[in-house]
Design a protein around this ligand. Structure first.
Ligand code: SF4
Ligand code: SF4
Length: 402
């Protein structure tokens, strides 16, 4: 296993982190025995960063996995969900419950979860930065950070607003310009922050249902690698990346990722290999229905449409053949967290003049709305909102009993 040092705190993290978002299941529930064996196997082979979140509903399980001496071997990372905190005191309540979930006294890496412009403003208003400072001073968290899904400018604003130890960004060869992107990665690293990368496979888009045209390109390489190996090696080729999180749940994938993590030094890809990845990226862009690069220049939309996310999920559902995942993310993510469905477009035309790709945004949004808005977008947001308020009530109740 290779390790990379974070300038800010001196920690050396394994270049591969275990993401507990998609643990193995059996009969519709997490298969605890198998998850335990998998996570402990990864730790025994050098992984020292375990990432979860209260939103993944498995903190207690991860806490049990880390019994028998494994807690001391790893940096445990989890997150505070801004969308499920309605009052400043609920941050403290949520945190108390999280410590209890893990049966631990401290969290190594604690993040504000999935920040974008609106959740960042909400967190500022609630005094989240003061809250992080307080729990850090009390030794209840060792490092403060944030995970991010917004635009580049907001990313830089957040990086500059606090003495963060680390951040977590979505990054892969198709998202160089999307969200924080390469610019954000370099910016955060230049400030000494550890940068944890999530979604190296873009939610599985780069590793499943590979189109024949893409297969053909990969086959041109003299060295034969699987699509996940190309994707992981590309991320780790960047010296600014500290660690890449992979949501693993298959033993074979864990072994393959561990092998890749043993070999992926910064700048280890050759010029020819990088050119090949560039060709794959261009071909994917050609195949994608929208052609959106996720640059965010069209934002903000006065009607609240999250244009890049609408296009990203539409492409996920169609070009990448990941219909169910794309539609669920669209219904829940855009319906509740970002509140920016394509059908909200009022056709003011403001976005059109800002798109460097000159995309027919309004027409494409009509396609998105026709294809992605259905019974799920009507039913899921209210059901999920009800679940969130019930969950919030239970969290507050639990915290107050302590
Ligand atoms: S045309 Fe539609 S998507 Fe574009 S800025 Fe106006 S309302 Fe927003
Ligand atoms: S629609 Fe155009 S401006 Fe907006 S994110 Fe996509 S490529 Fe960028």
């Amino acid at each position: 296993m290779l390790y990379r040092k974070i300038e800010k705190n001196g920690d050396e993290l394994s270049v591969l982190g275990f993401g507990a978002m998609r643990l193995p299941t059996k009969n519709g529930r997490t298969d605890e025995k198998r998850a335990t064996e998998q996570i402990r196997y990864a730790i025994d082979h050098g992984v020292n960063y375990i990432d979860t979140a209260i939103a993944y509903m498995n903190e207690s399980l991860v806490g049990r996995v880390l019994n028998d001496g494994y807690r001391e071997k790893v940096k445990l990372a989890t997150k505070l969900p801004p969308w499920n905190v309605n009052k400043p005191e609920e941050m403290e309540n949520t945190f108390k419950v999280q410590l209890d979930n893990f049966k631990t006294d401290y969290i190594d890496y604690y993040m504000l979860h999935g920040l974008n412009s609106s959740s960042w403003n909400k967190m500022l208003e609630f005094g989240a930065l003061e809250f992080l400072t307080k729990i850090k001073a009390e030794g209840k968290i060792l490092n403060a950070g944030f995970s991010f899904h917004g635009d580049k400018d907001t990313f830089k604003e957040i990086v500059d607003a606090y003495n963060w130890d680390f951040c977590m960004i979505q990054y892969n060869y198709l998202d160089e310009e999307n969200q924080a992107g390469t610019e954000g990665l370099k910016y955060a690293a230049s400030k000494g922050l550890g940068v944890i990368v999530m979604e190296p496979f873009r939610g599985g888009n780069l590793t499943r249902n590979i189109p024949a045209e893409i297969e053909e390109l990969w086959n041109q390489s003299e060295i034969k690698r699987t699509p996940p190996e190309w994707a992981l090696r590309w991320v780790l080729n960047h010296p600014e990346v500290t660690c890449v999180i992979s949501g693993m749940n298959e033993e074979e994938h864990i072994k393959e990722n561990l092998r890749i993590a043993d070999e992926s030094l910064p700048h280890s890809l050759t010029t020819e290999e990088l050119e090949l990845i560039g060709k794959v990226k261009d071909k994917y862009r050609e195949l994608m229905k929208t052609g959106c690069t996720g640059c965010h220049y069209c934002m903000p939309c006065p009607a609240g449409v999250d244009i890049p996310r609408c296009f990203e999920l539409y492409d996920t559902a169609n070009t990448f053949g990941n219909k169910r995942y794309g539609q669920l993310q669209y219904a829940i993510g855009l319906g509740i967290i970002n509140k920016g469905y394509a059908s909200q477009c009022i056709k003011c035309g403001k976005c059109l003049e800002h798109c460097p790709q000159e995309l027919p945004i309004t027409e494409l949004l009509d396609d998105v709305s026709n294809d992605m808005e259905n019974i799920l977008t009507k039913i899921l947001p209210p059901v999920f909102k009800f679940y969130l308020s019930f969950d919030r009530m239970m969290t507050n109740r639990k915290a107050n009993k302590k």
